[in-house]
Design a protein around this ligand. Structure first.
Ligand code: BG6
Length: 298
């Protein structure tokens, strides 16, 4: 790996730092297996196009970087809490790192894959628990698949509890013909029904707003998009919960950045530590949450 400090960026290399037309700097990764774009803002992957295929990720048609607001789409990083802050409702939803610039720490390329590591320094008190000192980095590796690994280290003297998610907006041709089969018989927290616990029966299908935290979810989840033969697979490690979300018509209209009929074009399948899947890091401990996206039929 090459240290970023002082190292020159090769403008034509497989890992390039460029100013994007979205209004901010992005890292472009190019490998035999595809192309990916990662914004420094929020260390957010914005695009992943496997060679010979279409973008696996949905991005808002009005996405702009540098507005102080999180961009909708791609893979936002929710950290060190998922959803509302556990005790302070004045804190932003989904944590602290989505709308702020991260730093490139390392980058590397080999014959088979290219990687970039983005870092966020230790944050004192970042979880709202006084005395917590957390360090965070995200590795993005592009080869035949795209892998994100979000690594948290507790540099402080006391244990710290975190929740988090790699909030993947998977692009689909039509949400009405999209299906997720692997969650059959999983228990979930229904966020649209005051957190009631329910059990999934059969595949997850979409005909209205869905906002669920599946607990004890399997490590591999396949998204079948009935409008095309394409199948997208999300494989997780360090996670025992998966969030499935689609805002449907009214919530999408309230969000304002989804675009006309945009809700039909994505489903969020979020590799998470959420709900009861809270991770407590002892002093000096590290936790890694990873998601690998693969398009097994393009
Ligand atoms: C999902 C949550 O992860 O993210 C939803 O489960 C939430 O409740 C959605 O509405 C989008 O959040 P935001 O902050 O990006 O609008």
């Amino acid at each position: 790996m090459t240290r970023d400090d002082g190292a020159r960026w090769d403008r034509s290399g497989p890992v390039r730092l460029v100013d994007s037309d979205l209004g901010g700097p992005v890292v472009e990764l190019q490998a035999r297996g595809g192309r990916a774009v990662v914004a420094l803002q929020g260390a957010q992957v914005l695009s992943y196009v496997p060679t010979g295929g279409r973008d696996v990720l949905w991005l808002s048609p009005v996405a702009r970087l540098g507005t102080g607001k999180a961009v909708r789409g791609g893979i936002p990083v929710c950290w060190p809490w998922f959803g509302p802050h556990p005790s302070d409702r004045a804190m932003p939803a989904h944590g602290l790192v989505r709308a702020v610039p991260w730093r490139v720490i390392d980058r590397a390329a080999s014959e088979t894959d290219v990687r970039v590591r983005l870092g966020w320094p230790t944050i004192e008190g970042s979880t709202g628990q006084s005395g917590s000192h957390l360090r965070l980095h995200l590795d993005v590796k592009l080869g035949d698949a795209l892998t994100l690994e979000l690594v948290t280290t507790n540099d402080g003297p006391a244990p710290v509890a975190i929740t988090q998610a790699l909030h993947t907006y998977v692009a689909v041709g039509d949400i009405g013909s999209t299906e997720i089969g692997d969650l059959d018989a999983c228990d979930y927290i229904d966020q649209l029904d005051a957190g009631a616990m329910k059990r999934q029966c059969g595949p997850v299908r979409f005909d209205g707003e869905i906002d669920r935290i599946y607990l004890g979810s399997p490590p591999v989840i396949t998204i079948r998009d009935g409008s095309s033969p394409r199948r997208i697979v999300v494989a997780a490690t360090g996670s025992a919960s998966t969030v499935v979300w689609n805002p449907w018509i009214e919530k999408a209209a309230r969000l304002g950045d989804v675009g006309a009929d945009g809700y039909r074009r994505f489903v969020c399948v979020e590799t998470a530590n959420a709900g009861t899947d809270v991770r407590t890091l002892a002093p000096g401990a590290t936790h890694a949450l990873s998601a690998t996206l693969r398009c097994d039929i393009r």
